[in-house]
Design a protein around this ligand. Structure first.
Ligand SMILES: Cc1cc2nc3c(=O)[nH]c(=O)nc-3n(C[C@H](O)[C@H](O)[C@H](O)COP(=O)(O)OP(=O)(O)OC[C@H]3O[C@@H](n4cnc5c(N)ncnc54)[C@H](O)[C@@H]3O)c2cc1C
Length: 430
């Protein structure tokens, strides 16, 4: 994971009871904790590793409406406002900059896909628009690539992932939330047919409601309680360069690279055309649900057979509250970095913008992501287990929407009005 991740000082003591327990200290869990604590609702967040140890510190930091499913755009619009107001709300900056996002189209066919996305969000009054090749070269000078055009959203942006979730966690703690790290939740406790607490590796906490924000572990946690959430893992590799002069502050995505300026002056780069796909038993169990999504994206996947499959099997699928759970067996998922993919990204980027010949790698990391069959998360109550709400399955684009997703989850836990219409995020759509 990135060396830049800020650590958070949390409690060593497990309270015996609270109103709401949140499982998972990623961007979604900490945002929900902040929203609840600000409403003076007693809340305890439990994290098996440390705050933002998985997806929420490893992402690229992009905060985008561009190319998002139309149903998911209202959440990103709500998130834009929350990001803009974040320094005031939590008392510090987290590197949020509305410098725009641009996705390049190498061919007319690729440009037609952007055009069709623009039509799909026509009623949402976004500032997204198509750019000509000349406009691309004017906005991102020094390029040698040939582009049919691009889609560009000036109000999109990015923030520093290594700071955001820790800063939000600290603000939640200041507002009264209790957080405990190195504390895996093994199972839910139920009584009279509803949630009555959680059993952790350090003991039990009684509570009225549980919010599961467990990222790519949520499927396994729910499966142990007989609830089938479809998510499959994919791994994205990232590198960060040392500070350098680059062509633009606009976050720019090509077909086989992307880059965005880090606040320290370097660039955060990935191979947009390649994701590691370690085959695990879940691919055999639910892979068919992904056929629609797979079609156009098949060439993205770098399939890996072998070790991950057997490692996944060794973690186990069912356990009791007295057993050591998978979440203790693997406290932080830290996939091996695929340096080959990172080198591809850098080579492709250098071909397109030769200024990156000067790029020197400062560090590299990778992270796994929880992908649902329609790439839209689940933020909903679980009807079969009253008292349980989930906010998970963010499908590789939940950092940007994280603050709004956490707030929506907190709203659902509280009952009453919600920050946006939760309909697109219903669990029963599967
Ligand atoms: C390399 C990479 C690049 C990405 N780029 C972007 C991007 O540019 N923009 C964007 O919007 N999104 C991006 N994403 C996706 C984004 O990071 C995620 O969608 C988002 O961080 C998900 O947040 P989360 O809180 O749901 O999950 P996580 O951050 O994974 O947090 C879940 C937490 O729950 C904990 N946990 C799980 N089970 C238990 C348990 N039983 N007990 C206690 N703790 C538990 C885990 O340890 C983990 O810390 C990227 C992801 C990756 C990996």
């Amino acid at each position: 994971m990135t060396r830049m991740l800020e650590s958070v000082t949390t409690s060593n003591e497990l309270p015996s009871s609270t109103d709401v327990v949140i499982i998972g200290g990623g961007i979604v869990g900490v945002s929900a904790a902040l929203a609840l604590a600000e409403r003076n609702i007693p809340v305890v967040l439990l994290e098996k590793g440390h705050i933002a140890c998985e997806q929420s510190s490893r992402n690229l930091g992009w905060i985008r409406k561009t190319s998002r499913h139309a149903a998911d755009v209202p959440m990103s619009l709500a998130a834009d406002q929350l990001w803009a107001n974040m320094p005031k709300r939590i008392g510090r900056e987290v590197g949020y900059r509305q410098n725009g996002i641009m996705f390049l189209a190498p061919t007319e066919d690729a440009l037609a896909v952007h055009e069709s996305w623009l039509k799909s969000v026509d009623s949402l009054s976004l500032d997204s628009r198509l750019l000509s090749s000349a406009e691309i070269h004017q906005k991102v000078p020094g390029g040698k690539g040939q582009w049919a055009g691009a889609v560009y959203t000036p109000s999109d942006g990015y923030a520093e992932a290594a700071q955001a979730a820790p800063a939000i966690a600290n603000a939640a703690i200041s507002s009264g939330a209790v957080m405990v790290q190195n504390c895996a939740v093994r199972t839910l406790a139920t009584s009279a047919g509803r949630v009555s607490g959680v059993v952790t590796e350090k003991g039990e906490i009684r509570c009225k409601q549980v919010l599961l924000a467990g990222g790519a572990w949520s499927r396994r946690f729910l499966g142990n309680h007989g609830v089938k959430l479809p998510t499959l893992p994919l791994i994205c590799n990232v590198l960060r360069t040392k500070p350098m002069d680059g062509p633009t502050d606009i976050a720019t995505g090509g077909p086989d690279f992307s880059f965005r300026k880090h606040q320290d002056g370097g660039y955060v780069i990935t191979q947009r055309g390649g994701l590691d796909c370690p085959i695990v038993p879940d691919h055999l169990l639910i892979g068919m649900k992904y056929m629609d999504q797979l079609g156009p994206n098949r060439q993205l996947l770098r399939i890996k057979l072998g070790k991950p499959f057997f490692h996944d099997l060794s973690l186990g699928r069912s356990w009791k509250a007295t057993d050591v759970s998978p979440f203790e067996k693997e406290r932080v998922r830290d996939p091996e970095v695929n340096h080959g993919l990172n080198q591809e990204a850098l080579a492709n980027l250098r071909n397109a913008w030769p200024v990156f010949e000067k790029a020197e790698i400062a560090e590299a990391w990778s992270g796994w992501m929880d992908i649902t069959p329609d790439s839209i998360p689940v933020i909903d109550h679980i009807k079969d287990i009253p008292g349980l709400t989930v906010a998970t399955g963010f499908s590789g684009h939940g950092f940007g929407t994280g603050p709004a997703a956490g707030q929506l989850a907190a709203d659902l836990v509280c009952g009453g009005s919600t920050i946006i219409d939760p309909a697109p995020y219903r669990f029963n759509r599967f």
